[in-house]
Design a protein around this ligand. Structure first.
Ligand code: PSU
Ligand code: MN
Length: 304
């Protein structure tokens, strides 16, 4: 961590704690746009508790009234959970949101950018953005930021609202290292299996920490994406998910949804189509990812 950077503000509690403990960065767009109220509050609580349970410190990243912040808390957090005028902020939007003094919830892309200025090494999220099925030219900025930010990023794969094969190929082209945690398959977010092979896999957080040290020593510019399948008891049926996504895509098409609104729209539609089962899965995987990120962060700190 680098508390000296003038570009970010550390919340007071975190600045004190983070000196002696491993810190896990968490994104805020999943709270302000990705999940409905009040499940977003539960997600925030469960992720935080999971990080603490593994002896690390959680730090939600966000732009708070124009100030890039490490450790969203108190009244500020409340505004984000109630989505009171909080914009979805990707990497490109950071400067604008800051200059305008606005509240902004950071996507994976923007969170990675803040990790870089704050000197944070480990970040947990639900699922990364990627290449969309429709329109196929819609590619999340998450991919490009992953290619140029050396941060361990823990996720449950990418939501099957995306084109998984195209996204995985893009990750490869961009040189993003992908490690399966307890799996040699790229997980499908709501489902554990996709049939897409991952070349590197381990079930040891210390080994991930060691690989990351090599990765950095070699000057690799990009992220190390650690993927773990969601907890088995909350995994959804593949058929059900696929049907829900097809319907969601059709809804998005007829509603004419475009740009940054597509991802939140599809997530909400899938939740309706699955009678909320996708929400249960989403919360469980966010918690599991936060826990794994904490284990990796602690291992990284221990190994120096
Ligand atoms: N995956 C989720 N929930 C989310 C997102 C992804 O399960 O809320 C968010 C993340 O913040 C991710 C963003 O970075 O969606 C990608 O949006 P886009 O496709 O517009 O780049
Ligand atoms: Mn997009």
């Amino acid at each position: 961590m680098d508390e000296s950077s003038p570009a970010v503000r550390w919340s007071p509690g975190l600045a004190a704690l983070g000196r002696d403990r491993a810190v896990v960065a968490l994104e805020s767009s999943v709270l302000a746009q990705g999940l409905p109220v009040p499940a977003n509050r539960e997600a925030h609580r469960r992720m935080g508790e999971a990080v603490v349970a593994y002896h690390a410190v959680p730090a939600v990243l966000a732009v708070v009234r124009g100030v890039p912040t490490v450790g969203l808390e108190g009244d500020d957090l409340e505004r984000f959970l109630q989505r009171d005028g909080v914009a979805k902020v990707s990497a490109r939007d950071l400067g604008w949101t800051c200059a305008r003094g606005r509240d902004g919830a950071t996507t994976v892309a923007a969170s990675l950018a803040l990790c870089a200025v704050a000197g944070l090494d480990v970040f947990a999220t639900g699922g990364i953005g990627g290449v969309h099925r429709e329109p196929p030219f819609d590619e999340s900025a998450d991919l490009l930021e992953l290619s140029r930010t050396p941060v361990v990023t823990v996720c449950a794969g990418m939501k099957s609202i995306l084109n998984l094969r195209a996204t995985l190929e893009r990750l490869e082209s961009y040189g993003v290292a992908v490690i399966g945690f307890g799996t040699d398959e790229f997980p499908g977010f709501f489902t554990r299996h996709t049939g897409l092979h991952v070349a590197s896999s381990t079930d040891d957080p210390a080994e991930i920490a060691q690989v990351f040290r090599m990765h950095r020593a070699l000057g690799r510019p990009g992220a190390m994406l650690v993927v773990q399948p969601l907890p088995a008891e909350t995994a959804l049926d593949e058929r059900l998910v696929e049907d829900a996504i097809r319907l969601a895509l059709a809804e998005a098409r007829s509603a004419g949804v475009t740009g940054a609104a597509i991802t939140p729209f599809l997530l909400a539609a899938v939740e309706r189509q699955t009678d909320g089962a996708s929400l249960v899965a989403n919360l469980a995987l966010l918690e599991a990812n936060a826990a794994l990120a904490a284990r990796i962060a602690v291992a990284l700190r221990e190994g120096g």
